[in-house]
Write a protein that binds this ligand. Structure first.
Ligand SMILES: [Zn+2]
Length: 318
């Protein structure tokens, strides 16, 4: 079945729509591509200049590609933006936060630009796991971030932004509502193309449901094009994740006496995946298994002979 989650896969290959380097996507929002396209970042990370005046807010910064700054300057010039009032980081992954030092060097030498980010207490525990695993505090010192709180509002001329903590993809992930448009900057929780990865599936599904409750119209995602019907896509993401939970249980239940390796389960779920997406698929499958483990639905053990970790349904469920 073709859905918005799979329509970018043509014969198993990825066919991504190209995005302009600078695009005025609404009267209040201009998107600049961070010049860091790749298998994890799709067309690259989206960064957004928000507001109408000469002093505006920027959401996300890309990876720190040297090619990005000229596009950011050009976008500011085209929109009449002369300075950046603040930068909101949706989450700590390198492709969203890595541009902070170069933007600060370009625009904030005399008056440093405030950098806003949600700062959960246990954040360091998640570094080095999954994608985007560079330690963010080696990129920008921890004490220089201004901590966001949920429901915090940040304003500039023409725009009122409301921050909501939505962990799961990353523990510090926030989405940001642009109240004037009832639009949502969805970060990496919901993408404009394909489906994303997540660290904690239970938290992720909870956050998707919270995003739905916020009832957004448009989504401005961290990667991929603008999503016009945000609620529809968030619903598809929730259905997709719930279906995956069931699918993994069904696979394990299909041979109840045979414990499974995670890569075999992933190969069963995604039979014709391009090579570049194989590792993210295994990573996501493992997250599903860990969520089922937390629920007490599956168990894991280490095979004595091979040392491999094997997964099976908890016996009383068979
Ligand atoms: Zn991310």
């Amino acid at each position: 079945m073709s859905s918005i989650l799979t329509q970018h896969l043509k014969n198993g290959q990825r066919a991504l729509p190209s995005l302009e380097n600078i695009a005025k996507v609404s009267p209040l929002v201009t998107r600049e591509m961070a010049q860091n396209g790749g298998s994890y970042t799709l067309q690259g990370t989206n960064t957004y200049i928000i507001g109408t005046g000469t002093d505006r807010l920027l959401l996300d910064t890309g990876s720190g590609s040297y090619e990005y700054i000229p596009f950011l300057k050009e976008a500011m010039k085209q929109t009449g933006c002369e300075s950046l009032k603040g930068i909101i980081i949706t989450h700590w992954h390198h492709d969203h936060l890595g541009g902070v030092p170069s933007i600060q060097a370009e625009f904030g030498m005399e008056n440093p630009i405030p950098i806003y980010k949600f700062m959960p207490e246990n954040m360091e525990e998640t570094f080095g796991k999954g994608e985007g695993s560079k330690n963010p505090f080696e990129i920008w010192p921890k004490e220089k971030f201004l901590p966001l709180v949920t429901e915090q509002k940040l304003v500039c001329e023409g725009a009122t932004l409301r921050v909501v903590h939505t962990p799961g993809h990353a523990s510090d992930h926030v989405v940001v509502i642009l109240e004037e448009e009832n639009a949502m900057f969805s970060g990496d929780n919901v993408l404009g193309t394909g489906t994303g990865v997540f660290r904690d599936l239970s938290a992720y599904i909870k956050s998707l449901k919270l995003m739905l409750d916020l009832n957004p119209g448009r989504l401005y995602p961290g990667h991929g094009p603008v999503v016009e019907d945000g609620r529809k896509l968030i619903n598809e993401y929730i259905d997709h994740r719930m279906a995956r939970l069931k699918q993994v249980q069904d696979i394990l239940g299909s041979h109840p006496l045979k414990p499974w390796r995670k890569d075999k389960i992933a190969a069963n779920i995604y039979p014709s995946l391009p090579e570049e997406l194989r590792l993210p698929a295994i990573y996501n499958t493992e997250r599903v298994l860990l969520a089922l483990l937390n629920q007490g639905t599956v168990e894991m053990k280490t095979d004595d002979a091979s040392g491999e970790i094997l997964w099976s349904l908890v016996k009383e469920r068979l």
